[in-house]
Design a protein around this ligand. Sequence first.
Ligand code: ATP
Ligand code: MG
Length: 254
Amino acid sequence: MTLTDADYTSANTQHLPRQEPAYFQAYDLHAYYGESYIVQGVTFNIHEGEILALLGRNGAGKTSTLRTIARTDDPELRHGEIWLDHKPVHEMTSYQAAGNGIALVPEDRRIIPGLTVEENLELAQIAPPHGWSIERIYELFPRLGERRKQEGVTLSGGEQQMLAIGRALARDIKLLLLDEPYEGLAPVIVQEIERTLSEIKALGITTIIVEQNAIAALKLADRAIILDMGQVVFDGTAQEVLDNAELREEYLAI
Ligand SMILES: Nc1ncnc2c1ncn2[C@@H]1O[C@H](COP(=O)(O)OP(=O)(O)OP(=O)(O)O)[C@@H](O)[C@H]1O
Ligand SMILES: [Mg+2]
C-alpha cells in the first residue's frame, strides 16, 4: 500500500499537538521496505537523559523503528520528522545521523572480522567527534581490556555485545539505540550487561532499548512505548507497564 501526502493526514490517528520540543522527537513516522508499509505513523518523545523501552511482540516494528531513526536506507522514511537536540535527523543520511550522535547497536552486533577488539574500537574513532577513550571503555568493560588483542568475532556473545556498546561509546553520542542487547545471552551475562547499562544510565546518555525481555528493559527504563503492527498503542511510564498485567498480556505476551 502506498499513501500520498494527503492520506497521511487522514490516516494518522495520533495527531498530537506539537508541544515544546523534547530533546528527541519522532513525529508521525511512516516507513517502507519497498512497498511493504511497516512503520505506520509512530510519534514519541524522549527527554534528555531518559531511557525509553520500546516494546512489542515479534514483528511489531521495533527494529524497523530504530532503523528509521538511524536513517538506514531500509526501511525508507517517506513521511514524518525526527528531531534530536534541535537537528532535523529526517533530512540526514545514515552517515550524517551517526555524525550527529545517533548510535545504533544492532541485534547482530556487526563486529568487524579480521580486526582485534582494540582495532574495532579504534575504527569507531577514525573520524571525530570522539566520545570515550579506549581506556575508559576498558574500565567499563574490563573483559574487553583483557581481550584487547583477540579478534573481535571470536569473543563470546556477551563480550561481543560489550564490544558493540563500547564501540558506540567511542563516538560522541547523543542517542543510543540498543536492539535486543540481551538476546541469546546467559542470565549471568545479562546481569553483567544490565549493570553496565545502569552505569551508562547514571551518566545521562539518552537511550532507546528494544528488548524481548521486557521486564529487564522496564527495570532500566524511565518510560515505555508499546508498538503493535507498526503503531504506538501505549506511551507511559515503565512502572505503568510493570503494574498493568492486562496490557502486558495483550501486547507483550508476558
Ligand atoms: N527487510 C525487510 N523487508 C521487508 N519486510 C521486512 C523487512 N524487515 C522487516 N520486515 C517486516 O517488518 C515487520 C516489522 O519487523 P521488525 O523487524 O521491525 O519487527 P520487530 O518488532 O523488531 O520484531 P522482533 O521482535 O522479531 O525483532 C515484520 O512484519 C517484518 O516481516
Ligand atoms: Mg527486531
